[in-house]
Structures are given as structure tokens and as C-alpha cells.
Design a protein around this ligand. Structure first.
Ligand code: SAM
Length: 301
């Protein structure tokens, strides 16, 4: 299925909770402002089945923090029946006890948020003293055979921007792949608070990677670049990036069951959980997916 800009819909990103055990200073909360009731594992997997039947076979489970849900293994197990590939993004705090179970439930790969290797900086960013736990979680994910394990580092000026080389080495040593993420915000927040203070332009970093990489590979999703230095480093640059939007193949679903065409755009969400709970059929729900896809607009163009 394609949207009206010819973008093939291949990815579904579902937030399963807005609860979180960290308080990251930059968190965009997956574009959700005031979440309602969470979906059950059965409801989530029904939406996965509908999305998958329309071509969205790559599923990313996110939050809030998805691992705070007691039924996370059930969410993965049921969703994995319908998705081609299930991945999850987590802050890693609860990962040490869950990696093996997640793998057995059908999780293929995982992204762990790790912005710094310095305990004080970690506490400043996340509000919690949990760096060691997260590193233990990363090691457990690698041992459990989740592959690849990607480390999401949101790069922030004067906070962690000097740690990129150290993070590349750490990722290599632990058996993970580093993903550098540009700090993002919707247009209306660009001039306020944390964004203006912390946004770090990744131009210089990418230029230096490009000059020394042995191989550069663009990904289909967002045309993100993967640099092999030879260590693999992926760079995600969503801000003011028309190429990023032109290659966005992702539909989102909020934790309270609304189809969300774009992370940065708060408008145009379509409730799918209400109609599901009131007894609508799969084909009626698929009609809502079609409406959401048809309404998609590139945020930057
Ligand atoms: N709690 C989970 C986690 O830490 O991965 C899942 C939710 S979190 C919102 C998903 C990803 O979005 C994390 O890697 C996080 O670092 C990233 N993220 C959150 N706010 C961001 C922002 N303003 N700019 C760029 N990335 C952001």
C-alpha cells in the first residue's frame, strides 16, 4: 500500500504505554500529549494483523517504556504471529531480566537508549541512576541472541556530543551497533527551551564519517545512512530533512489506539481502538488505516 506521495507503507510503530521509569529531559513521548487507556495484547495484535495484511510487516514496539508492562511477553508473542519482524525500543533498565523471554516470545531485535557512558551525565539526562543496569541489559540482549542490538544515542550539545568516539568503541566492544539520533522537535518548539539549548548539528560528524568510511549504505527507511568505519554507525537526522520525510514508510499507533500519520504532527489522528471496542470488523478497521495513510503529508518538504 502506498500513500498519496507514493511512499510504500512497510513499517508499523506501536506505542503500548506512556508510562515510563525514566524522565529523559528531551523526550518527545512519541508525539502523545495526554494518553488514554492502554490497549490489551489481543487488541494490539489485531492491529498488527491488519497493518501486516496491508504490507506493514515490520513492527516496532515502543512507549513510554514498553518493558514496564507486566504483559510485555504476551504483547510480543501475539504480535509476532502476524508481523514479519518484531523489534522493540527500550531504555534497557528492565532488560537484564527480560532479554531471553523476549527472544523466546518472538522478538528479533532491540534498540536500547544509551546517550552516555558517564553515570553523572546519565542521571542528568534521565533523572535516574541506572547506567549500570542498562549496560547489563545491553549485554543480556546480545547474549540472548537479539540481533542486531542497536544503541540509540540522542546527541546533545555540551551534554554528550563529546562522547561519540567513546560510544563507537563501546558499541563495538559489546557487540552492538551505534545509532546517532539528532534531537528533534516540532516546528512550534524549535525556539524554546531544551531544543534551542541542546540541538547539535550532526553535519560535521557525518562529514567526518563519510571521509573515512570503508562503506556507506543508505537504508530504505528515511534514507538513513549507515557508515562502516569499519564499525557500523547509523545516523538519523529527521530535522528539516525533506529526504527523511520522502522516505518515511511508517504509520504510528498511539498507546491509546489512535492511528498517527506523523511523529511531529499532532493533527490528523484517527481513533481505531474505540471502533474496535464497539465491534467493528477487520475490514472496517482496515478502512480507518486507509484513511490515515491517505492523509499522510511529509512534515518537511
Ligand atoms: N522508552 C523507550 C526508549 O527509551 O527507547 C521507548 C520510547 S523512546 C520515546 C524511543 C526513542 O526515541 C529513544 O531512543 C529516545 O532516545 C528517542 N527520543 C525521544 N525523544 C527524542 C527527541 N526529542 N529527539 C530525538 N530522539 C528522541
Amino acid at each position: 500500500m502506498k500513500d498519496s506521495y507514493g511512499r510504500e507503507m512497510t513499517n508499523l510503530r506501536i506505542s503500548i504505554t506512556q508510562r515510563c521509569n525514566l524522565r529523559c529531559l528531551y523526550c518527545h513521548r512519541e508525539g502523545e500529549a495526554s494518553p488514554g487507556e492502554e490497549m490489551t495484547p489481543e487488541e494490539i495484535s489485531r492491529l498488527v494483523a491488519i497493518g501486516s495484511s496491508m504490507g506493514m510487516k515490520k513492527l516496532k514496539i515502543t512507549g513510554g517504556e514498553p518493558l514496564v508492562r507486566d504483559d510485555i511477553l504476551e504483547v510480543i508473542r501475539l504480535s509476532a504471529k502476524y508481523a514479519g519482524e518484531v523489534s522493540l525500543t527500550t531504555n534497557g533498565v528492565l532488560l537484564p531480566d527480560l532479554s531471553s523471554g523476549l527472544k523466546e516470545a518472538g522478538l528479533r531485535r532491540v534498540n536500547v537508549s544509551l546517550d552516555t557512558l558517564d553515570p553523572d551525565t546519565y542521571r542528568t539526562i534521565s533523572g535516574v541512576d541506572a547506567l549500570e543496569r542498562v549496560i547489563e541489559g545491553i549485554r543480556s540482549a546480545v547474549s540472548a541472541g537479539l540481533s542486531p542490538v542497536k544503541l540509540n544515542m540522542v546527541v546533545m550539545k555540551d551534554v554528550n556530543s563529546s562522547e561519540i568516539d567513546r560510544m563507537i568503541e563501546f558499541s563495538r566492544d559489546v557487540g552492538a551497533v551505534l545509532q546517532l539520533i539528532e534531537l528533534e522537535a516540532p516546528r512550534e518548539r524549535i525556539n524554546d527551551g531544551y531544543y534551542a539549548k541542546y540541538h547539535y548539528d550532526l553535519d560535521g560528524v557525518e562529514g567526518s564519517f563519510a571521509s573515512r568510511a570503508v562503506k556507506i549504505v543508505p537504508r530504505d527507511l528515511h534514507r538513513r545512512m549507515k557508515y562502516f568505519l569499519p564499525e557500523e554507525v547509523e545516523v538519523v537526522r529527521p530535522m528539516h530533512n525533506t529526504v527523511f520525510c520522502a522516505n518515511c514508510h511508517r504509520l504510528r499507533i498511539t498507546s491509546d489506539g489512535r492511528l498517527k500519520p506523523c511523529l511531529l504532527n499532532a493533527a490528523g489522528m484517527i481513533d481505531v481502538l474505540g471502533p474496535m471496542r464497539s465491534g467493528k470488523s477487520d475490514s472496517q478497521l482496515a478502512g480507518l488505516f486507509h484513511r490515515a495513510v491517505e492523509s499522510r503529508e511529509p512534515y518537511w518538504r
